[in-house]
Design a protein around this ligand. Structure first.
Ligand SMILES: [Zn+2]
Length: 414
């Protein structure tokens, strides 16, 4: 039996791949892999994986997924024909197993003209997807390639999943989970600044419509003003936010956040004439919440908050719906050996890494909630650089993360 792989071996194996990794990341950024335009990027990644010595395959996403209650609908949804997730299974179906997962779709470039023209200034790689999530994919490819180069032969199964449609709610991951995902743990690549996040905040979007009774301004007192009804509703919703924060203060793994949860009044629309009492007001917003609350509970509490009003008209003239984003919060065991093992590997590779909860949500919650798997988030870069014009990732962090991941995988699947 060969000696266990150590930090130094992993380090030099990853370092030897430095130029290749930089090339992969920049070539990946050139693919405008927005929703519906994934396959150039998937074909490229499949080829890289094959060259590394893996045996990746495409997994179909059935259109029937759109009927799944957990499906995230969006304005741009198109058929899944010819659009695939990419999956590789390395090792054997015995011993320890782990899934490493990242998403290959990106949000559009927006106003940023150079979004798909990658650039490396010696320190940072710039381009859409640099940190979210192509830098994460390259971290995983570097780790796998380094282990291959070291002659590592997994005593268990290392499954790699590169999925579509994370940015619109996680439909690629949902498809794989419905097709059956099993592993001792799941490592999701997202910019964690090399910390390990075994818990994520949840988020749900809501739409509130208040109805009034339209009249000319001159008879305003006989009407019911939908905007004023909305103001009344919002005052109770913001009152509820205080309770939500109080309920969630010092929740384990999230203690460091001053206001780990929040309610955002995001959009409002009403009226069409200055001297007319409006009969409808539409407001949309979001609620962020921790694993101490389940999603149905949040929906109920928000509704109860509105019903706190003394306004009898409002009580029976509103509609509250939750049709859009609905990401559950989750918490896995922070003492699970893959969580502590990854954190330990990072520290041994010289990384300042901690274990705590993330106040953002991603695909992780699907694996934790729907597949019941221990799930954590880990990766180079920070969410502050994602979705921004000038998105970037520090290249040294990608390399460090790859070393930590390779070391952790080699130990878990020894
Ligand atoms: Zn992401």
């Amino acid at each position: 039996m060969p000696d266990a792989i150590g930090c130094e071996q992993v380090s030099s194996a990853v370092d030897a791949l430095n130029d290749k990794g930089l090339q992969w990341l920049q070539e990946m950024i050139e693919f405008e892999s927005v929703q519906g335009n994934e396959m150039e990027m998937q074909d490229y990644t499949k080829q890289v994986m094959t060259d590394i010595g893996l045996s990746p395959e495409f997994r179909e996403v059935p259109d029937s997924l759109m009927d799944d209650p957990e499906y995230s609908h969006n304005e741009n949804e198109v058929s899944y024909k010819g659009r695939y997730n990419l999956v590789d299974q390395w090792g054997r179906d015995e011993g320890h197993s782990v899934i490493i997962q990242s998403h290959m779709d990106v949000i559009p470039g927006g106003e940023w003209e150079e979004a798909f023209t990658p650039r490396f200034d010696g320190e940072y790689v710039y381009g859409r997807g640099a940190t979210d999530d192509k830098g994460q994919i390259v971290m995983m490819l570097l780790a796998l390639a380094a282990l291959k180069d070291l002659g590592f032969d997994p005593g268990g199964r290392i499954e790699t999943q590169f999925v579509i449609e994370e940015e619109v709610g996680g439909n690629g991951a949902l498809a794989l989970i419905r097709q059956g995902c099993t592993a001792d743990a799941v490592i999701i690549g997202e910019g964690s600044l090399l910390n390990v996040f075994p818990a994520n905040r949840g988020a749900i979007w809501f739409k509130l419509i208040t109805y009034g009774k339209s009249l000319h301004m001159g008879r305003r007192n006989e009407g019911e003003n939908a905007i004023e009804k909305m103001m009344e509703a919002i005052s109770h919703i913001l009152e509820y936010e205080k309770k939500l924060i109080a309920d969630s203060q010092n929740y384990p793994l999230f203690e460091r956040y001053e206001a780990p949860v929040q309610i955002c009044i995001g959009m409002i629309n009403a009226g069409n004439w200055p001297s007319m009492v409006p009969d409808e007001c539409i407001m949309e917003g979001g609620v962020g919440f921790l694993p101490n609350k389940q999603m149905p509970q949040i929906k109920q509490e928000l509704e109860d908050a509105i019903l706190q009003t003394d306004d009898e008209w409002l009580k029976s003239h509103y509609k509250l719906t939750f049709d859009k984003l609905h990401n559950d919060a989750y918490a896995s065991d922070p003492n699970h050996p893959v969580v502590t093992g990854l954190n330990q590997a990072a520290i041994e590779c010289g990384i300042d890494s901690e274990i705590f909860g993330w106040n953002v949500s991603c695909d992780a919650r699907l694996y934790a909630k729907l597949a019941g798997l221990t799930t954590m988030v880990f990766g180079p870069g920070t969410i502050a650089d994602a979705h921004a014009a000038g998105e970037k990732v520090e290249w040294a962090q990608v390399m460090q993360a790859a070393k930590a991941l390779a070391l952790a995988l080699s130990r878990w699947c020894e």
